[in-house]
Write a protein that binds this ligand. Structure first.
Ligand code: ADP
Ligand code: RBF
Ligand code: MG
Length: 279
């Protein structure tokens, strides 16, 4: 839970306020210092969905519950936050079930999509040029066949990678639109913008990895080894009311990625040896 403030203070000071539900391992990693109040379930009489724990926090912070924002992953937690008279952002732990969280003021796909400024809090300061820099992650493999929709339906070819072997990596990273660098051993290194997820517009049942290399190629390169370094996040996957609006959004993503990748913060990865595999 975060205490809302009207002053423009950096969130670091603010997050400060409180968090519940942390497990012991997290508390031993130096995070503890970031919070001014920490409270455990054993310090109240009634557990969630009772509002007691949130009300106790507000009391210890000496603030009104209505000026608190709760961030919750569980249904009982959302119920408890609302019952405390607080605003609640839900980050559901069960994927694809956001409709269960109707009580929340907002449902987001992952913490990457938390926007404190929507709630009267100072914005995160790590966003730069509409992108969120990430600790880079790497995936690679031969380009596989997808649904054959990218070029044909959208005019946007995506060089799909197999998700096999990337189960744990993909569960660590929420679905969404990311960008970074793509290496093809025989062709070079290119800027890249990609979607990872279920493509709500097409309602896929399987998660796919779909990088669009920002370069015009004369031919397909199915089967070739493709290496990706993902360096930043742009937005969650969304549904669209028309194909045209999906296409426009993807072109906007392209622009955001192209500009961001010129920043030294991101451009430094294009020489990474990982991109130049010889397999
Ligand atoms: P599929 O559903 O099989 O992935 P696409 O219509 O998405 O079909 O086409 C993707 C194929 O087009 C890629 O596998 C790749 O071989 C080729 N291709 C050509 N240009 C590009 C590009 N700029 N970015 C990604 N893939 C491209
Ligand atoms: N499909 C969606 O349904 N929702 C999206 O928000 C979405 N965003 C995309 C962003 C990028 C950068 C790219 C390349 C594709 C996106 N797609 C999205 C389309 C999807 O990933 C895929 O390309 C198509 O399903 C064709 O296979
Ligand atoms: Mg594709």
């Amino acid at each position: 839970m975060i205490r809302k403030m009207s002053t423009a203070q950096p969130l670091k000071k603010l997050v400060s306020c409180v968090i519940l539900d942390l497990d012991g391992t997290l508390l031993n990693t130096g995070w503890k210092e970031s919070f001014s109040v920490i409270i455990g379930g054993d310090e109240v009489r009634l557990g969630k969905p009772s509002p007691e724990i949130f009300l106790e926090v507000a009391k210890r912070l000496n603030v009104d519950p209505s000026s608190c924002l709760v961030i919750e992953d569980s249904l009982p937690g959302v119920t408890a936050g609302r019952a405390a008279g607080m605003e609640v952002v839900a980050v559901p732990s069960i994927p694809k079930q956001p409709h269960l969280y109707t009580l929340a003021d907002e449902v987001i796909n992952s913490l990457l999509d938390l926007r404190p400024e929507k709630w009267g809090l100072p914005p995160f300061q790590d966003w730069i040029k509409d992108t969120l820099p990430l600790e880079p992650w790497h995936i690679g493999g031969p380009v596989v066949k997808g649904f054959g929709r990218g070029s044909k339906v959208l005019g946007i070819p995506t060089a799909n990678l197999s998700t096999e072997g990337y189960g744990s990596l993909l569960s660590e990273h929420p679905s969404g639109v990311y960008f970074g660098w793509a290496g093809l051993s025989k062709r070079g290194v290119f800027k890249m913008v990609m979607s990872i997820g279920w493509n709500p517009y097409f309602n896929n049942t399987e998660k796919t990895i779909e990088p669009w290399l920002l370069h015009n190629f004369d031919e397909d390169f199915y089967g070739e080894e493709l290496r990706l370094i993902i360096v930043g996040y742009i937005r969650p996957e969304a549904n669209f009311s028309s194909l045209q609006s999906l296409i426009e959004k993807i072109h906007h993503d392209r622009k955001v990625a192209e500009e961001a990748l010129d920043l030294p913060l991101f451009s430094k990865y294009k020489d990474d040896p990982y991109l130049k595999s010889s397999t």
